[in-house]
Design a protein around this ligand. Structure first.
Ligand code: NAG
Ligand code: NAG
Ligand code: NAG
Ligand code: NAG
Ligand code: NAG
Length: 531
């Protein structure tokens, strides 16, 4: 214990150094004025599910939605028309292991083979790819969708508000690259979750920087660890105060009418007894994701800011689940000229699989379905870069688009200009989520998923443990319970050190660099020599 205390004290010995790459911009003299009715956009990104898996069966009662009819299928062997067919079902339930969603797996899912030439792609290889994983029942799992009554919160939101049925992931790859597009319209060349050179954070300009340049505000409400800290610019001292503990601050800020212009709500990514994960990622319980969305909605609905607000709920990527709408494979611009790494040299010139996206706002008519965008080019689509693109237009930002991709992506600000006044009949409460979809509680002793390992790499960067020789494998030997404690502790210390540096008058563009305090807790020994 004494040893630990000494370490905690030591980490407050920090180096400050100015960011090498200044994104500063002369501040406008007058407060920026937003012209449209929406002053706050709240963004919530869930994990790893396709449109058809989550919302496909809504088509039964809402035929205008491009969902499932029951006739969609994949063959066991995508190139053999005589091989058995597996049809879509409405039997989606708890999913324990993670279907494939690496760049190779997705190529096979959408093209049915390793050739990526068909346009449109046949979306025929989901079953074949699932069978290759050799997990019992995986093929049926990926072809399944939820009955609308199993997801009562989404069913109600889709009925009351707006569904996008042509919104795609930005990259046919995993979580992290897609999460980067949401706030920066590029992944800066990342096409997978595995990257050993994350230490300094991703350098690209983000929509947070654009908002800041225009004197508008943003806030990140996080639970275990904010994945937005993968962006280097968000680690600057001047942004430290924009990270808020969801449990302590989200309801409070909403109630006081103090939510900033751009709000990011992050989920709990670690599944532990006291606070199970609510990000919908397999094997986490989708019912908890439903309760979380309900809580976010009801909090916003009760806020004095409700009539100036919109909430966008989307999924980072399809998680290996089937979707019948062909993924756009042509006319998609590479955002910044960066090509992906060996061995695929991916050109970032085709989109990922369609994902569920719901837009909530009293400014849009009940039961709206948004299909294709009307521009800015004939090839434009809705994809994650539509978020920064819309923020720019919605808040009339003077900053340029971030990349070629958000300049191209469809935007939805025009939908807020159709009505003269906001609706006053929006439900105050959403249906209660009574059933649990998972037959068991969290398993704290499980090993980490790839994304969780990356979050631990991030945590270790924040507190300086990344100079230890266990980096980047620092999360590989942790259990979920250990990882959760490590991540929460790292974030707390990083933000606390930042606040201390601010009080001490440090340059606001500087980034706190901490010294290592411990190695992995599982190893049971500490590296005193680094103190
Ligand atoms: C803070 O750091 C930035 C970026 O390096 C530099 O341009 C600026 O002059 C510094 N400000 C002060 C007050 O030292
Ligand atoms: C799938 O079908 C093709 C064409 O009939 C055949 O060449 C191939 O060997 C089959 N693949 C498997 C794994 O059976
Ligand atoms: C696709 O390529 C991978 C190697 O990258 C190979 O393992 C797999 O069998 C190939 N799949 C098909 C359908 O040819
Ligand atoms: C979503 O998919 C990625 C990509 O394969 C996977 O590594 C990751 O673990 C998933 N997300 C989460 C939160 O686990
Ligand atoms: C994880 O544990 C294995 C076996 O106990 C060990 O060989 C390996 O070095 C450990 N890795 C890390 C990153 O601690």
């Amino acid at each position: 214990m004494i040893l630990r205390r000494a370490h905690v004290a030591a980490v407050f010995f920090l180096y400050l150094f100015a960011s090498s790459h200044s994104l500063d911009f002369p501040k406008p003299k007058h407060k920026h004025k937003i012209n449209g009715p929406i002053k706050t956009l709240v963004v919530l990104v869930m994990e790893n599910r396709s449109f058809d898996h989550i919302l496909g069966w809504l088509k039964r009662t809402r035929p205008e939605i491009d969902g499932l009819t029951g006739k969609e299928s994949n063959r066991v062997n995508a190139t053999d028309p005589d091989s058995p067919q597996i049809f879509v079902s409405d039997a989606a339930a708890f999913v324990d292991s993670d279907p494939g969603h690496s760049i190779q797996a997705i190529r096979e899912q959408i093209f049915g083979s390793n050739d990526s030439f068909s346009d449109p792609p046949p979306m025929s290889g989901f079953v074949q790819q699932a069978n290759n994983m050799e997990v019992e029942g995986m093929a049926k799992t990926v072809m399944s969708g939820f009955k609308p009554e199993v997801l009562p919160v989404y069913t109600e939101l889709a009925t009351e508000f707006t569904v996008f049925d042509r919104w795609f992931a930005s990259v046919p790859a995993s979580t992290q690259p897609n999460r980067f597009y949401i706030h920066s319209a590029t992944s800066h060349g990342a096409s997978s979750n595995v990257r050993k050179d994350l230490i300094h954070g991703f350098p690209q300009k983000t929509i947070f920087d654009s908002l800041d340049e225009n004197d508008l505000t943003f806030g990140v409400y996080y639970q275990n660890i904010p994945a937005t800290l993968f962006f280097k610019s968000l680690r600057k001292l001047k942004h430290i105060t924009k990270f808020h503990d969801y449990k302590l601050k989200f309801k409070l800020h909403a109630k006081k009418g103090k939510l900033p212009n751009y709000v990011v709500v992050e989920q709990r990514y670690f599944d532990v007894e006291l606070s199970p994960a609510n990000d919908d990622h397999p094997s986490h319980d989708v019912a908890l994701g439903q309760r979380f969305v309900k809580e976010v909605y009801e909090t916003l609905r009760a806020s004095p800011q409700w009539k100036e607000m919109a909430l966008l709920i989307t999924y980072d990527e399809h998680g290996g689940f089937y979707d019948h709408v062909p993924t756009p494979v042509s006319g998609v611009p590479n955002p910044d000229g960066i090509i992906g790494p060996d061995p695929f040299y991916f050109g970032f010139d085709r989109l990922g699989v369609r994902v569920p996206t719901i837009l909530v706002s009293p400014w849009i008519d009940k039961g709206t379905v948004i299909h294709e965008p009307t521009g800015p080019t004939p090839d434009s689509h809705f994809e994650h870069s539509s978020i920064p693109a819309t923020v720019k237009k919605l808040f009339n930002l003077k900053s340029n688009f971030l990349t070629k991709r958000d300049a191209w992506a469809g935007t939805f600000e025009n939908y807020f200009h159709i009505r003269e006044t906001p609706r006053d009949d929006c439900p105050e409460e959403l249906p209660a989520v009574k059933i649990s979809i998972r037959p068991r509680g969290p398993k704290e002793d499980l090993r980490l998923s790839e994304f969780q390992v990356e979050l631990i790499q991030l945590a270790s960067q924040l507190v300086g443990d990344c100079v230890l020789n266990t980096y980047p494998d620092i999360g590989k030997n942790m259990t979920v319970g250990e990882a959760n404690r490590y991540a929460e502790n790292a974030v707390e210390r990083f933000l606390e050190a930042g606040r201390a540096a601010l009080r001490a008058g440090a340059n606001e563009s500087a980034i706190v660099t901490m010294r290592p305090s411990l190695t992995t807790r599982t190893s049971g020994e500490e590296y005193g020599s680094y103190m």
